[in-house]
Design a protein around this ligand. Sequence first.
Ligand code: GLU
Length: 412
Amino acid sequence: MTMESPLNTALAQLRGTIDKLGLSENDWQTLSTPRRVLQVAVPLRRDNGDVEMYDGFRVQYSTTRGPSKGGVRYHPDVDLNETISLAMLMTWKCALTNLPYGGAKGGIAIDPKTLSMQENERLTRRYTSEILPIIGPERDIPAPDVGTDERNMAWMMDTYSVNAGFSVPGVVTGKPIVLGGSLGRTSATGDGVAIATREALRARGIDIKGATVAIQGFGKVGYWAAIALEKMGMKVVAVSDVNGGVTGFSSVSALWDYYLSHKSLNMPGCDALTNEELLHLDVDVLIPAALADSITAATAPGVKAKIVVEGANGPTSPEGDAILQEKGVLVVPDILANSGGVIVSYFEWVQDKQNYFWTADEVRENLSSIIMKALRDVESMASNKGVTWRDSALMIGVGRVAEAHHLRGLYP
Ligand code: GLU
């Protein structure tokens, strides 16, 4: 089995898309290069006085369609290569959903579970001050990603604002509501995953009521997706976290209450299963909503689901993807399936710019209309051109960025 680096995978996808769209070598040059890459050292003073150094990154892959936009990831595996590939995915995601943004990503190579609250705050503030010259509401707008949440966004917003001398809520999205966050942002990625799942079931002619779903990951994406799927009438039969999964629970909210109080999914009356067993359950839909490379050459052959909805970024390796395609599995790609997060981030940024805040219903309706438009575009291009949903989504996203490049022209 070959383990491609995430950047090589993303570049190979881009190359294939450029060829399918009949774009030129000049387009390949302009689209395959991140425009601004910043690596910083982030010193952290631990609570016991020890000083440790961590690698931090911010990559602005594209600003052609607007300011760059994308999350900040705290995870030990964060490196420049992964950050560039995720910033590239954000670029196609924002273009596919027609948000007026380029794409970015940032992160620190650290395990946030090793941080006390005070350490996390110091780390976040220092990282923010290191990347401060290149972020801003008109330049580049960070947001939460794996390992970060609204607390980190509050500290980032405060650090930026203190340096500016006034409050600048629009510098980050995914903030707490009282600091200019948007209603519905916390559940947005999961809500979008649920809408994508419903539409994929419809496309495959499977009844939504009672359709069975297994979700790998029970965090920001997996939990909210599970809640929304249940509301739509689907049956979430299994979920997992890094330590493994469970099946046989009565409802997602009952399991969530247990998970919060016991920090474990092993609720009495449920059956435990490994993450690999979860991937191989006989369900209608499988939702990988954890990290990259969960469906690979090793795990894809055992997948029995008819539909895979990518809640995580890059959960399917190219080999895994080819195996799913051979099996006739419909894959809803990450840049479409998990776009609900950045769509509501866009609403938050708009609300902050206008100092006028929307109701939860307005957020829900606008999220639905934007993601449904992207779903319809992807489905119809896939059937018109005879390509997969992933190819179709990339063709739309990359095509829009290329068109914007052509119209803006090359300076000087
Ligand atoms: N980190 C999320 C993503 O990968 C959200 C990014 C954002 O809201 O800017 O799409």
